[in-house]
Design a protein around this ligand. Structure first.
Ligand code: BG6
Length: 472
């Protein structure tokens, strides 16, 4: 079978708040991630008002990437990474979000991180905002409810674009922007109070992020025309439960909710369907003069997306057996196995997703998250035999290959999630592991933080070495 192109970006992905730790070091301000407690497999994380004594906040130390990035990036280099997707902690650069001047120590940290990447020939792929909004913006302005956040964000982007102009080429403006409609706190720092119209608040905040993203894209291209600036969405591929047309309609409607986000960022406008959808939700968007023009001028260069699992939609209202999922719960698909956390494993769904997105937009696509969150066991000899992870990744890569070679999809790269074990976003657990590299730390925060290579480390190294030819 044909290989991927020579430019294919093999790598791995992390987010600052889930790996860096050092939450109050070198001038960093508090972010929304820093006030989220640890949860569990069955219990979501809580959001506290500021930092409370006696609570466990996993982002505070995480895996201490802040102090160990050299060792970690060296190991990525050893695996042969061509790229490394990471995010910048906004609060390292502007600790309060609305500061006049940036924090030099924060800027310097990412200079060092990017230099370390380049030392090993690794191209950084940077998410500008990944589930951490400055907490001060939440308290002072209600976060992205306020249009003021557009200027704060754009100022932050301008600063980092200029600073890293020659060190970073690939950017993404917001992680999983479409999650605002599911969990407004994670991507937008929005706390919905009782009695408020959540849809109105969330979509208005999304509109502010669309404008902020479009402005950033325009400015970024002015600063360096070589920049490739993408959007990033969660792609919850949805199948109709049966061939009953009502099920197909339900699946289509489910996807429409998500295409609203990518359409605005890729096409540059709210489609007629998006407008109807908002109307049906009783959402009245407050737009300012010039907004439509800004959206048109700030369309993205590529579509980054996360894909872990697929969903099932049904047209009837009867209670069905549900399964857990990434932000969303869905109906159980009898044809699929599930992960330790109940997420449905569906490699072919990745091929379908790649096709759907590429067919719809005819712009390059980038799988920037995919992977298996699983319990790992350290054997007596220190080895970690994660053949289940290898199996998951292999099957997904096979489908990517088919999407590229048989279907003609223009695929930029592949960055499996949590290439080194890190804090889970949904549960705050450490023991939900995705990595090729094991980090010795448990859910209570105990452990040496030592790193060790899992079997998948050696396997992925081979995959990259052979440009996806050898998957065994
Ligand atoms: C994506 C997020 O939704 O899923 C990541 O972008 C997250 O931040 C990943 O970690 C996996 O989810 P979880 O809950 O297993 O960490």
């Amino acid at each position: 079978m044909t290989k991927f192109s020579e430019e294919f970006l093999w790598g791995g992905a992390v987010a600052a708040n889930q790996c860096e730790g050092a939450y109050n070091i070198d001038g960093k301000g508090l972010s929304t991630a820093d006030i989220m407690t640890a949860g569990s497999r069955t219990e979501r994380r809580r959001i506290t008002e500021g930092i409370l004594d006696g609570e466990n906040y996993p982002s505070h130390e995480a895996i201490d990437f802040y102090h160990r990035y050299k060792e970690d990036i060296k190991m990525f280099g050893e695996m042969g990474f061509k790229c490394f997707r990471l995010s910048i902690n906004w609060t390292r650069i502007f600790p309060n979000g609305d500061d006049e001047n940036p924090n030099e120590a924060g800027l310097k940290f990412y200079d060092d991180v990017f230099d370390q990447c380049h030392k090993y020939g690794i191209e950084p792929v940077v998410t500008i905002s990944h589930y951490e909004t400055p907490y001060n913006l939440v308290k002072k302005y209600g976060s992205w409810r306020s249009r003021k956040c557009i200027d704060f964000y754009v100022k932050y982007c301008e600063r980092i674009f200029k600073r890293y102009k020659n060190k970073v080429k690939y950017w993404m403006t917001f992680n999983e922007i479409n999650c605002i409609s599911l969990m407004p706190f994670l991507p937008a720092g929005i706390i919905v109070k009782e009695g408020e119209n959540e849809a109105q608040i969330s979509y208005q905040a999304a509109h502010h992020q669309f404008i902020a993203s479009a402005k950033a894209v325009k400015i970024g291209h002015e600063i360096n025309p070589e920049f490739k600036i993408g959007m990033m969405m969660i792609y919850p591929l949805s199948y109709p439960e049966t061939c009953n047309p009502l099920d197909s309609l339900a699946a289509m409607k489910m996807m429409d909710n998500h295409y609203l986000f990518s359409d605005v960022q890729v096409k540059g406008y709210y489609t007629s369907k998006a407008k109807k959808l908002l109307k049906a939700k009783n959402v009245v968007l407050k737009m300012e003069e010039g907004d439509e023009e800004i959206l048109r001028q700030g369309t993205v260069d590529y579509i980054g997306f996360s894909y872990y699992m697929s969903m099932v939609s049904s047209g009837d209202q009867i209670d069905k057996e549900v399964t857990a999922g990434n932000m969303l719960n869905g109906i159980k698909n009898p044809y699929l196995a599930t992960s330790d956390w109940g997420w449905q494993i569906d490699p072919i769904g990745l091929r379908l997703s790649l096709n759907n997105l590429y067919d719809r937009y005819q712009k390059p696509v980038f799988v920037v998250e995919n992977g298996l969150g699983a319990y790992d066991k350290v054997e007596e000899d220190g080895s970690i035999q994660d053949d289940y992870r290898i199996d998951y990744l292999r099957k997904h890569i096979e489908q990517m290959k088919l999407a590229v070679n048989e279907d003609g999809v223009e695929l930029m790269g592949y960055t499996p999630w949590g290439c080194i074990d890190l804090v889970s976003a949904s549960t705050g657990e450490m023991e939900k592991r995705y990595g090729f590299i094991y980090v010795d730390k448990d859910n209570e925060g105990k452990g040496t933080l030592n790193r060790s290579k899992k079997d998948s480390f050696y396997w992925y190294k081979k995959v990259i070495e052979t440009n996806g030819e050898v998957l065994e």
